[in-house]
Design a protein around this ligand. Sequence first.
Ligand code: GLN
Length: 490
Amino acid sequence: MIRELHQKLINREITATELAEQYFAVIEKKDGDLNAYLTLTKELALEQAKKVDEKIARGEAIELLEGIPGGIKDLILLEGVRSTGGSKILDNYIAPYDATVVEKLREVGAVFLGKTNCDEFAMGSSGENSAYGQTKNPHDLTRVPGGTSSGSAAAMGAGMAAWTLGTDTGGSSRQPAAFCGVVGLKPTYGRISRYGVMAAASSLEQIGIITGSVEDAAIVLSAVSGRDRFDATTGDSFDKKFEDYLTGDVSGMKIGIIKEHLSGLREDVKKVMETVLEKYKKLGAEIVEIELPHNKYALPAYYIINFSEISSNLARYDGVKYGMRSDDKKETDLTDADFVEEKNLLETYLDTRQYNLGAEVKRRIMLGTYALSAGYYDAYYLRAQKVRTLIKQEFEKVLQEVDMVLTPTTPTPAFKIGENTNDPLQMYLEDIFTVTANILGVPAISVPAGTVPVDGKDLPIGFQLMGKWFDEENLLRAADAYERMLIDKK
Ligand code: GLN
């Protein structure tokens, strides 16, 4: 799709300005219902588009992403634009600099439509934890779009962007992509710089890419990845283009499946997954049953590590360094307690956090602090890290037998808004298939697999491929081959 838009631009069938205007028109029409965008950056977008038009008018060559409009998750800094991270505590925060990914996208001439809604500080699976209202699923407005990159996925699902950036700590780009019927990529840990991204669980998270096709994800990945001196966890840059690896050929490729995963699935989802496996066999891939006995501990280990790192990272939101402080509350929100003449520092911290952080964020800070505290550290955080090592060792062994592992992206299609709100554990269980890739740091992608009928609507389902560390080219090739097969069939 990006390639088609690029063709239109260079054939002068449309100008970059018209293209941006078209997307803003769709946003205008649909976003009142969907609430995918928190801030629109129309002035900036039109300025960026104009530069591309001038370049085309001068007869200069343009890059694939040049003039192509997209959205950026509100957790990622865009200089001079409000960046809330979905939290009230950053309600008045204007990003003072560009995240490295944003800078890279600017360099290739991409156009920025705006900042997308998300669960507060990337905690959640449904978009219900945003301080700025629920994002809805474009396939059924009574259902969640998934989370935490809820706005990015909904915007893609509704044609309100040509590409979007999300983040992915435990599935936040893949799960909403699956729920909204689009592609979600979590690259290898270290593939993309996290400089300028609000940190939540630093050892797990990566920038995610949400697009309408696997090729588009490859194109965006080529533009935003690479070593960055501002992020010491980044690996070597890939000096080729990922999109050049999409040959459609998967013959001889070995794809592992975990038997228990499929047998425990609900019937309709299972059927879709079986069709996916059949298609891969037809394409010449070999399906191999594998065992990952410790993988069942991935979810509890993930949540202990996630909570612990969050409790440490979120200490920065204290009302002094960033964003809101309790005194910044609107007049109408004030209670008698706020009229205490002078507050000491501790009171300022406590008030700021009490009033400006949401319930899920507070829950995680408390549980994480507990898991890290003296006397409990060994039993929780340390143990979770040991489990992580065990899973990693198992996975390394498995990767000697197979090239990648296939699972569903989620156990169910999009659930109803409110369905899991009062049951955090049920909500956490939604991540059962996605967290392993974050625990391991391997790249993973969610690809639309089909739909299942629920209450008279066809809801999208995604399948996930998990690959080898820094082997996005093969992962993308396998994912793209599946998509190509469907297109060729049409
Ligand atoms: N749902 C998971 C969580 O709440 C994943 C979130 C994410 O990837 N940011 O932690």
